[in-house]
Design a protein around this ligand. Sequence first.
Ligand SMILES: [Mn+2]
Length: 489
Amino acid sequence: MSGGIGGVSISTVRTCRLSGIISDMARIAKVLIHMGRDDPIFIFSHIDADGICSAAIIIELLIEMNKPFVLNFFPQISVESFREFWQEVEPRYAIFLDLGTDAPLEYIENTPGVSLGIVIDHHVFSIRNSYSKSLVINPRFWGLDGGVEISSAGMTFLLANTISNFFANNPISLFCAVVGALGDAQDIGAKRSLLGLNRSIVEYGKRHGILCSYEDYILIGRGFKPLYRLLAEMFIFEIPGVSGSYDGAIDFLIRIGIMSHDDDPEKIFWEKLTPEQKDVLRRKLLEALVLKYSGKYSIEELNNILRGYVYEFLADKEFFCRYARDMSILLNACGKMRAPEIAIKGLLNPSDQSAVQRIFQLYERYRAILSSVFSNLDTKIDLMGEVAIYDGRDEIHEELTSTISSILASSLKDRVKVVIAIARSIEGILKISLRKTNLLEKSLTDILKKISEKMPNIIGGGHESAAGAYIPEESLDLFLSILSKEILS
Ligand SMILES: [Mn+2]
């Protein structure tokens, strides 16, 4: 197994033929047979929708193969708490899902007790030296763009699908592959369609009657939110009198004749409207928006922004969430609320009513926290020169900082250069999530590097425009002052 995927050397990038990938996958799947014979397989997975979907697929596979396993979720593994956990459990077999490629490889290769590890991921990696007891499933090894062509869940599906009867017994695994891709925002094709291997998976699902895709308005939550909530909570556009107001949304629906005063608004869903009613709603929505956005968008442009491909699960009509985009936000919410295992329960056993109910509750709670953060935002933001600070130490837990800083960055994009959100992590440590706006030319990675030269006790990393750091609470003032200086210099 030296040198990478079933003999494929790490430095030779294969041409991206699906048949080639599948035959490599089949070889890797054979290796799985040797895992978990004497010791359970430890699965470590990311807590977002893609990680949760990857975990659901791999679990179905291990169950099918009759393998013992233990699943654990982590927001990331570059932290001390993961190292401690790893040392405590001393895995003999490990599978890492959607947690990056470099760090998992180091853990597997540098731990003598590990016999064999599999890393399934789609992020950029840098390790170039050879490794001896790891198998890596990263689309970038085959020359594919892991950013947009396939997610970890998609790669996990391709692996599992090489086992005979797996797909026939577990059609939901294909839906999970699509949900993972959408959760990672890989729908960047025309009309928000999926591309590359993601599209091949969709086509495969269509041929087997598992999935369908069609163009419609993209209304996230369409399957489980009543229409008035869909409209009031839609945030790509501000609909005058409707956005942010449930009463306003109900009035709007009554005014345009979609519902009457006697109807129960909780029972009116987009998917239950007739085609004529949908047409009326689309037209009235566009009319309202074109007034608000006149000069900025034409009616056609507005229509195009709202339209896109919907991916719908067909295999089980009773399934609690048949729309892939809806599912991705539910799963993400479970992860953000630190309960990804509830999401797994619901995916593996959709007839478990209490798990399904808890998934929806977690989503509602997540939404409520976010909307409380974003109401009266100005009173909660401290401006420090070019930095906007949301100090959530007494309000939010650390998994929420990235979402909050992202949304803040888009709403404050004309006012500041950097946005940060702060929450408490473990004892005495703060998690800080940073986002830059277009007003900042420097890269956040460079700035963090500069900060860590002056603050050696900081753990941080990320990308050019999004980064995160852990710092001791008593160093917050120092962190902020170095940050503001670096932004100005
Ligand atoms: Mn991912």
